[in-house]
Design a protein around this ligand. Structure first.
Ligand code: BGC
Length: 370
């Protein structure tokens, strides 16, 4: 019989190069599995917090133009809240397929696969209890203590997806105040995959009441219009002449009321990135957001073809870290990704992963102050 004390469990959870104080228990899942929070710091004194539960980016303390720090990320204080149906995917890694798959069905080599329709009538963000956002990943710190790699092995058929999938997500906090997220995965059977991070930001500090005053640029001439169930029609439409034209900076709130009325209306769209060159090799610019009051600025870089700009239209005052509440449209997500419903849209860039291939995806959330 193997006895696991809390200390041993913490030790097993992280083969550590982090100082012991930088790993702490975060509470148990309902099945009794202990979760952990990891803190990374850089030479500028910036800190981020990560969870093995959902391979989550749960906090980032970012300086403003006067050096004043604020945590700009949404999150919860308890493991149970990350596992609840109203977790809103705060900061988690979503998978196996981030975003929607129409009616939870797709076909590979003539065989149809059926996934849970957890976002009636569609499949969203990998499904139910075994979605990547809801499982506890294994953690390992790099020798220099600057990164943590989370790994997870998902059996063939889990949540309806074919193939045993081995996935890794590495978070690195660099000295220029950037959070670099590197994804890698392999499969033993042909499958589909689209991992992303679902961080919600408010650059005035999470819990501030709005993002409508943030100014955003999105480096995209086109977007993927959707039907009433948020599934792409297949068209790559021009943003020109629409409230989705963020090729020059606009406040988020300037035209949001033109995006329709009712629950969920607002910005929730996949943009087709122009692949605008950046100063980081292999990565193009996806978006840039500035909170003019504090000067805090987020630049998003990636190697992916799309980014989902989601403006927090389903937030309704959920209580998060330190008792802060997250009001309607008080946080935004920029989820670097392949386009929604790609498994059913052959004209979109392919999301098929074959045995012998390695899925790779890089997303950088780079912070600065203007
Ligand atoms: C989707 C939204 C969805 C939200 C859930 C976003 O990625 O685009 O439609 O409501 O995730 O938190």
């Amino acid at each position: 019989m193997i006895l696991r004390t809390a200390a041993l469990a913490a030790c097993l959870a992280l083969t550590t190069a982090l100082p012991a104080g930088e790993v702490a228990e975060f509470g148990k899942t309902p099945e009794g599995e202990m979760t952990h929070v990891y803190t990374l710091s850089n030479d500028n004194g910036m800190k981020i917090k990560l969870l093995d539960l959902g391979a989550t980016l749960m906090a980032a303390e970012v300086p403003d133009r006067d050096g004043e720090k604020a945590d700009v990320l949404f999150g919860f204080d308890e493991a149970a809240k990350y596992l609840s149906d109203d977790n809103q995917y705060f900061g988690v890694v979503v998978g196996r397929y981030g975003n929607r798959i129409a009616k939870g069905k797709f076909t590979l080599d003539g065989k149809q696969y059926t996934l849970e329709c957890n976002n009636d009538p569609n499949h969203l963000h990998g499904g139910g209890d075994k979605a990547f956002s809801k499982v506890v990943w294994e953690a390992k710190a790099s020798d220099d203590g600057r990164s943590v790699t989370f790994s997870h092995s998902s059996p063939d058929g889990e949540e309806g997806y074919p193939g045993k999938l081995d996935a890794e997500v590495t978070y690195t906090l660099t000295d220029d105040n950037a959070v670099r997220i590197e994804y890698a995965a392999t499969t033993d059977k042909k499958t589909v995959l689209n991992l992303t991070n679902h961080a919600y930001f408010n650059l005035a500090g999470a819990g501030d009441e709005t993002i409508n005053d943030h100014e955003i640029t999105i480096f995209a001439d086109r977007y993927t219009p959707v039907d009433e169930t948020l599934i792409p029609t297949g068209e790559l439409a021009e943003v020109a002449g629409t409230p989705l034209d963020f090729r020059t900076p606009h406040q988020i709130g300037e035209r949001v009321d033109l995006m329709g009325e009712g629950e969920g209306a607002g910005y929730d769209h996949n943009f087709v990135l122009n692949k605008t060159a950046s100063d980081r090799p292999g990565l193009h610019k996806a978006a840039k957001v500035t909170d003019q009051d504090s000067g805090r600025t987020l630049t998003v870089l990636t190697d992916q073809p799309g980014v989902q700009f989601y403006g927090g239209n389903f937030l309704k005052g959920q209580t998060g870290k330190d008792g802060k509440t997250y009001a309607y449209r008080s946080g935004f997500c920029l989820e670097t990704q392949h386009y929604p419903d790609s498994p059913n849209q052959p004209q979109f860039p392919s999301v098929v992963l074959n045995p012998g291939e390695t899925y790779k995806h890089v997303c950088v959330y780079a912070f600065s102050a203007e």
